[in-house]
Design a protein around this ligand. Structure first.
Ligand SMILES: [Zn+2]
Ligand SMILES: [Zn+2]
Length: 243
């Protein structure tokens, strides 16, 4: 059976629908209308937190006061529907093709914003807690990092940073204790030494996790670190907050 016949039969028995509104589509995972609802982040934004900026500065006052351990952060879009729904599906269900879609969206955004990565860059995902990884069967951030690296021809590694198990629950801890808790959750390998790192996460919320990862990567001797996330959850950030 040739490809187009197979595709029309597949569409007949399993019609494709938009993941957000359920309307019929012929390709992709969102209808054109829902696709247009994705709110991409437009410059000028702070190069450390992607928060809106007035013209003429590169880093916002908050980030100047409390400088993150990474060198640059890029968030593609605001954490609103239909993007938030897609990220939830990627996190809690085995929808690998959503990971591919979101990675392509990151590629498109980086191209539009003229963001490039040197060929020696190594992409890594923010490691998931081992128990959660076991429960989910995969790490969605590693999936994003892997797809993205493939599309832009850089390498991907999953042995550069790991998350430790059995950290105490965050809920009863003060902000300072939480920061320390997150800070002590990761270990970077000696393999990070001298590497240009692209750290990929799904959502930027407070920055505590990506900052903690970046700190251990730098302690292990990593060079330039760029953080890349699909979505940005809040207009402001506070390190050590809920993450
Ligand atoms: Zn739709
Ligand atoms: Zn900032």
């Amino acid at each position: 059976m040739n490809c187009s016949v197979f595709r029309s039969l597949q569409d007949l028995f399993f019609p494709r629908t938009c993941f957000s509104c359920g309307s019929r589509i012929t390709e992709g995972i969102l209808c054109p209308l829902c696709l247009r609802q994705i709110r991409f982040i437009r410059p000028p934004v702070c190069r450390m937190c992607s928060g809106a900026l007035g013209d003429g500065t590169a880093v916002c006052r908050r980030c100047l006061r409390s400088r993150p351990a990474y060198h640059r952060l890029i968030c593609a879009a605001h954490d609103t529907e239909p993007l938030s729904g897609l990220i939830r599906l990627l996190k809690y269900r085995h929808y690998d093709f959503i990971g591919e879609f979101l990675s392509r969206l990151l590629v498109r955004y980086c191209r539009e914003q003229a963001v490039s990565f040197p060929p020696e860059t190594v992409a890594v995902g923010v490691p998931l807690h081992p128990a959660r990884r076991r429960e989910r069967g995969y790490n969605q951030t590693a999936l994003l990092a892997k797809n993205f690296s493939k599309f832009i021809h850089i390498s991907f590694r999953d042995d550069i940073i790991v998350r430790l198990r059995n950290r105490p629950s965050q809920t009863h801890l003060s902000i300072a204790q939480r920061r320390k808790n997150v800070q002590n959750s990761f270990i970077a390998s000696k393999r990070a030494k001298g590497k240009t790192i692209l750290l990929v996460d799904d959502i930027y919320t407070t920055g505590a996790t990506v900052n903690a990862c970046s700190r251990v990567l730098r302690e292990a001797g990593a060079g330039d670190i760029t953080v890349l996330t699909v979505a940005r959850a809040c207009p402001e950030h506070t390190y050590g907050g809920k993450d």
